[in-house]
Ligand binder design. Structure first.
Ligand code: NAD
Length: 496
């Protein structure tokens, strides 16, 4: 059995802890590794080393920092399949989906290599007679990332490449449920030529996160995870006067207009609801059928019934197991609640089995119709392969329904009408909108812009907003005494 190392002060080392967390393969529930609960002394060492390394890393020219990212993206591509295999085994994702998880992260690294142009300040000459002003974008110091289980490659890569390219040092605390992928990412980052201590990786849970939240040396916290933890991180981090960006849970609606292409709708709904076993923060979990479009629900049921879960290397499987027995129990309990509260259970994914893998956390595709906003299956983020169908009579009603949701991560509309699409994208109170695209995740030159209860903070992940998040702006105003026009008298009032 493998003990997951810490990446501490530039070395991959075994923790001195006596407290370990099992890492399992969700398709079998076999323990494949153990992650350490990093000790307080090791946490102290990581934070102090990050602060010390910052003094030298921030002086490294921006083009040299960018070159580390160029080498890193090449290494990630070279090791793409090998990392995806590690990722698939510890998350249960299918191999293709695991490759996608990493690929989305590689795109951020590519973007981070462009950091110099994103760190350009502004300048105005002659703001007063012989006075000029320019601004510089400077790194913050020690930045940290706390990441969830569902994208163990993409989400760490949303964070540390940009923070580090900006000249910061970074401590990553990945999910304790799948720490092997982030460890491999760190090994390759070292191979790409990142100096010791620029990136460090610690493991554990609340205790280790609390250390990062409360230590005055830490300047910024990037968090992605569930709503209660996201709120806690934002409240605690900001109370401690840190910069915090906190990405939390979601409930994403897809509106289906009667003039949409039916086959496109069915394909989009099936893939976006059960893909990755529904464990995506941008998964479609509510289908809102407008008017006559509701007639397609029986065909949706037929299409979903054909889908089956399976092991990561089973090429016929559409998705894998949910992450843990506890997650499976929670999803199944919510399915029971949905039925008890009066939703029509058209497809029941409980008691799902997969040949040869009797111990996996399997949940079959599940479809509810007649779901209303009073039901728990509507209000809770189920995070399983469960799609809820609601029905309304008009686009206006669909927009109002979605705008009442406390979440605002993603949404989409399927329609053949430009006017309907235009109205939807304008009026909807959700941060990422798709038109005939079910999961509209922006590429890294934009930012990941969740709204409302899906995001606490101001500056979002990756793109220009992330550069703003990980930096300070310094504005310099200077006067050089070069002519007689420059006054040499003392001034006691603000000059007009
Ligand atoms: P989680 O909140 O349980 O864990 C996330 C991280 O927080 C982990 O590193 C974990 O160790 C740490 N943590 C857990 N409990 C803590 C506590 N009490 N105090 C401090 N730290 C704690 O989330 P998860 O189950 O790993 O991930 C799934 C959730 O993440 C879903 O809700 C999903 O919607 C959300 N998510 C959101 C986005 C987004 O961009 N909005 C993206 C991906 C996932």
């Amino acid at each position: 059995m493998k003990n997951v190392p810490l990446y501490l002060a530039g070395e991959f080392v075994q923790s001195q802890t006596d407290s370990w967390i099992d890492v399992t393969n969700p398709a079998t529930n076999e323990v494949i590794a153990r992650a350490p609960n990093t000790t307080p002394a090791e946490m102290r060492k990581a934070i102090d080393f990050a602060a010390e390394t910052f003094k030298t890393w921030k002086e490294v020219p921006v083009s040299e920092r960018a070159r580390v990212m160029l080498r890193y993206q090449a290494l990630l591509k070279e090791h793409h399949d090998e990392i995806a295999e590690i990722l698939a085994q510890e998350t249960g994702k299918t191999f293709d989906d695991a490759k996608g998880d990493l690929w989305r992260g590689i795109e951020v690294v590519e973007h981070a290599a462009n950091v110099a142009s994103m760190m350009m300040g502004e300048t105005v000459e002659n703001v007063a007679r012989e006075v000029d002003t320019h601004s510089w974008i400077q790194p913050l110091g020690v930045c940290t990332g706390i990441t969830p289980f569902n994208f163990p490659a993409m989400i760490p890569l949303w964070m540390f490449p940009i923070a580090i390219a900006c000249g910061n040092t970074f401590i990553l605390k990945p999910s304790e449920q799948d720490p092997l992928t982030p460890t491999r990412l760190a090994e390759l980052f070292e191979q790409a030529g990142a100096p010791k201590g620029v990136l460090q990786v610690v493991h554990g849970g609340k205790e280790q996160v609390d250390t990062l939240l409360n230590d005055p040396v830490v300047k910024a916290i990037s968090f992605v995870g569930s709503v209660p933890v996201g709120r806690y991180i934002y409240e605690t981090g900001t109370r401690n006067m840190k910069r915090v960006q906190s990405f939390a849970g979601a409930k994403n609606h897809m509106v289906i207009m009667p003039d949409a292409d039916k086959q496109q709708v069915l394909n989009a709904l099936v893939g976006a609801s059960v893909g990755a076993a529904g464990q995506r923060c941008m998964a479609i979990s509510v289908a809102v059928f407008v008017g006559e479009a509701r007639q397609w629900i029986p065909q949706l049921k037929e299409a979903m019934a054909k889908v089956r879960p399976g092991a990561w290397n089973d090429s016929g499987a559409s998705y894998g197991p949910v992450i843990s027995p506890k997650a499976k129990e929670r999803v199944e309990a919510l399915i029971a609640t949905g039925e008890a509260q009066g939703a029509q259970l058209l497809l029941d994914g409980r008691n799902c089995t997969v040949d040869g893998l009797p111990n996996g956390n399997w949940v079959g595709p599940t479809l509810f119709a007649g779901v209303t906003s009073e039901m728990d299956i509507y209000n809770e983020e189920i995070f399983g392969p469960v799609l809820c169908c609601s029905e309304v009579d008009s686009l206006g009603e669909a927009i109002e329904f979605i705008n009442r949701s406390p979440y605002g991560n993603g949404t989409s509309i399927f329609t053949g009408s430009g006017g309907a699409a235009r109205r939807f994208q304008h009026e909807i109170e959700v941060g990422q909108v798709g038109v005939n695209i079910p999961i509209p995740v922006p590429l890294p030159f934009f930012s990941f812009t969740g709204w409302k209860g899906s995001f606490y903070g101001d500056q979002h992940a990756y793109g220009k907003q992330a550069v703003r998040f990980y930096t300070e702006t310094k504005t310099v105003t200077s006067r050089w005494f070069s002519s007689e026009a420059t006054s040499t008298e003392a001034n006691f009032s603000i000059q007009l």
